[in-house]
Design a protein around this ligand. Structure first.
Ligand SMILES: [Zn+2]
Length: 311
């Protein structure tokens, strides 16, 4: 029987919906999140967007077997509440319950952290397939870590095909381990969190404070002036330290990098060699891959919350 699953990727700036039939994407569209308009407005616009995207495939809510949602924060698996994250409007909200009530349909809705879903999608349909071809180890037996380097810095640790989420859903909040004690303040309350050095806005802020000029993070990496070079070198060192710490904790097969910064080729220069030279488990050679699926990993991972209908 045909199974229709909706995958939703709810970010700080855009909301994407995709329709999957028997595991294959048949339609995908995005709208702005416009967080400033408030939580209720987000829900109302999203529910309309879901219906429009469904209509484009000649389906209705009655045909849908499940809705998977990626949210930009830690989701407690017991209560479904979003506990923390950098998009405040979702904090302490039960998104699955609220979406269900506004859709007014009896469809099961599952939510999870967006970085975990990026990692899940990459392990099963992207980087994991590449690693399997190289190593002979199938995705269900791999240890893969997905890292988002974007507006924020998140992560997902996939062990034997499943995301490790910890007791309260915060098991892979890798962006909030400290790289510099007494470093830059983070919204989470600590000083020196990795996110404050690895996200796009931190690169832009560093360039502005050195030169007084405003550039996008990708543009800073194209510049050849001394200030830009210093920032580029520092970024590479910080990223290496970050991955090294994760190697010590998880001894993974590979990392897969996603988010806007992950498309900058320069961040990958010599990174594997340096990583392999420094890892605690001598002789281990974790790969560092650029994302393989691209833009659609978020909605695909969200739909994979209904793995029974997707794999
Ligand atoms: Zn933090």
């Amino acid at each position: 029987m045909e199974k229709t699953i909706i995958g939703l990727d709810i970010g700080g700036t855009k909301m994407e919906a995709a329709i999957f039939i028997n595991g294959q994407e048949v339609s995908r569209a995005r709208i702005p999140t416009d967080r400033d308009l408030g939580y209720q407005s987000v829900l109302e616009r999203l529910s309309k967007h879901i219906l429009t995207t469904l209509e484009s495939t000649n389906k209705g809510l009655g045909d849908v077997s499940g809705i998977g949602v990626g949210l930009p924060g830690t989701i407690d698996p017991k209560t479904s509440l979003m506990i923390n994250g950098n998009s405040e409007i979702f904090i302490n909200k039960n998104f699955s319950k609220d979406l269900k009530s506004i859709l007014n349909a009896n469809i099961e809705i599952r939510t999870a952290n967006d970085a975990n879903l990026f990692a899940l999608a990459e392990v099963h349909r992207g980087a994991g397939l590449k690693f399997a071809a190289e190593s002979g180890i199938s995705p269900n037996e791999q240890i893969g870590i997905g890292i988002i380097l974007g507006t924020g810095n998140g992560g997902g640790v996939i062990i034997n095909g499943e995301a490790y989420i910890g007791r309260h859903g915060g098991g892979a909040e890798v962006g909030h381990h400290v790289l510099y004690s007494n470093g830059r303040p983070c919204y989470c309350g600590r000083l020196g969190c990795a996110e404050q050095y690895l996200c796009g806005p931190s690169i832009e802020a560093s360039y502005k404070s050195k030169t007084g000029l405003t550039l996008r993070a990708s543009e800073v990496f194209e510049e050849t002036n001394e200030s830009a070079r210093q920032i580029q070198n520092q970024y590479q060192e910080d990223l290496l330290e970050f991955l090294m710490n994760l190697c010590t904790l998880f001894d993974p097969d590979y990392f897969v990098l996603g988010g806007g910064i992950s498309t900058i080729e320069k961040i990958y220069e010599n990174i594997e060699e340096k990583l392999w030279a420094g890892v605690f488990v001598k002789g281990s050679k974790p790969r560092v891959y650029k994302h393989q699926i691209g833009d659609s990993a978020g909605v695909l991972g969200a739909a994979m919350l209904f793995k029974e209908h997707m794999l």
